[in-house]
Ligand binder design. Structure first.
Ligand code: AMP
Ligand code: ZN
Ligand code: FE
Ligand code: FE
Length: 275
């Protein structure tokens, strides 16, 4: 029997709409063997997922997604099987979450200039203590009638080049890769097709890069093939996942719509220093 692992999912610990427990229940329902919890700049969802995973017989792959920037390109770095008690890493996550709050304030300010009245309180109520992201702002925009759905909110207001767009804090992807590796984890470049600059992959190998997310809902079949081949050529682990964010217009893929088999998970474990 083939095993299916979805190695990229978000929960309510960041900008997903499913709680960690609900995510695990859905993984079970969708016939997955395991799911990776990769929230933005936080590991807060992992403990609950592990508990639910034990209960439902779903293997949880602990992870994180760190959004960085390099030469004007968004580079998202996934980390798997790192030491969650690493002070260096948790300090970085804390700093990045604080930067997210600062960025949110600046976005709201720009939106006010554009005639949109949304308060910090509205967004924080939407985020419910989670690592704040633009999707939370997008949901408020939709609820208040400023956009028809999440995608529309990005296209009209908060996506790159739109009136409410604010650049993120410029963490270099090399630093994210290094810190994940130093914490014993396995750093992987997320959805390289969305980065738009292949050379970055090779540049990050000396920093400790070990994998490439070849399979992603936003990758065309050609890109999936190309990045799988690139991973093989460079000796990187080719990973894949749905980038599930929850139900509704904001989701990337359904949970389990993109998956890899157990061999990929075994490779991740082999390269982690945690076992
Ligand atoms: P942030 O981390 O605050 O910059 O928000 C980035 C997140 O917003 C991504 O992880 C996606 O989940 C979501 N996102 C980015 N662009 C879009 C878009 N055009 N439509 C819907 N969601 C998007
Ligand atoms: Zn997200
Ligand atoms: Fe991402
Ligand atoms: Fe993601």
């Amino acid at each position: 029997m083939s095993t299916r692992y979805d190695l990229h999912a978000h929960t309510t610990a960041s900008d997903g709409t499913f709680s960690p427990r609900e995510l695990v229940e859905l993984a079970k329902k969708n016939g997955l063997s395991g799911v990776a919890v990769c929230d933005h700049d936080t590991t807060d969802g992992i403990e609950e997922a592990l508990e639910a995973g034990t209960q439902y017989g779903i293997e949880i792959v602990p992870g994180v997604e760190i959004n960085t920037e390099y030469e004007g390109k968004e580079v998202h770095v996934l980390g798997y099987y790192f030491d969650r008690s690493s002070t260096v890493l948790q300090d970085l996550f804390l700093q990045l979450r604080e930067e997210r709050l600062t960025r949110m304030d600046r976005i709201l300010q720009k939106l006010r200039t554009a005639g949109i009245q949304i308060s910090e309180k509205d967004v924080l109520a939407e985020a419910k203590g989670a690592s704040v992201g633009r999707p939370h702002i997008a949901r408020v925009l939709v609820r208040m009638g400023y956009a028809s759905d999440i995608r529309d909110a990005f296209d009209r207001w908060i996506g790159k080049g739109r009136p409410g767009y604010v650049e993120r804090f410029k963490l270099h992807p090399g630093q994210a890769v290094r810190l994940i590796r130093e914490a014993g984890g396995v750093p992987v470049i997320a959805h390289p097709g969305l980065v738009g600059k292949d050379a970055i992959v090779e540049e990050l190998i000396p920093e400790g890069l070990l994998g490439l997310e070849a399979l992603h809902p936003d990758h065309s079949p050609e890109e999936r093939k190309r990045f799988s081949q690139m991973a093989e050529n460079l000796g990187l682990i080719a990973t894949g996942g749905s980038d599930f964010h929850g139900a509704g217009a904001e989701h990337r893929g359904d949970l389990g719509s993109v998956y890899v088999d157990e061999h990929v998970v075994a490779q991740l474990k082999k390269r982690s220093l945690m076992f």
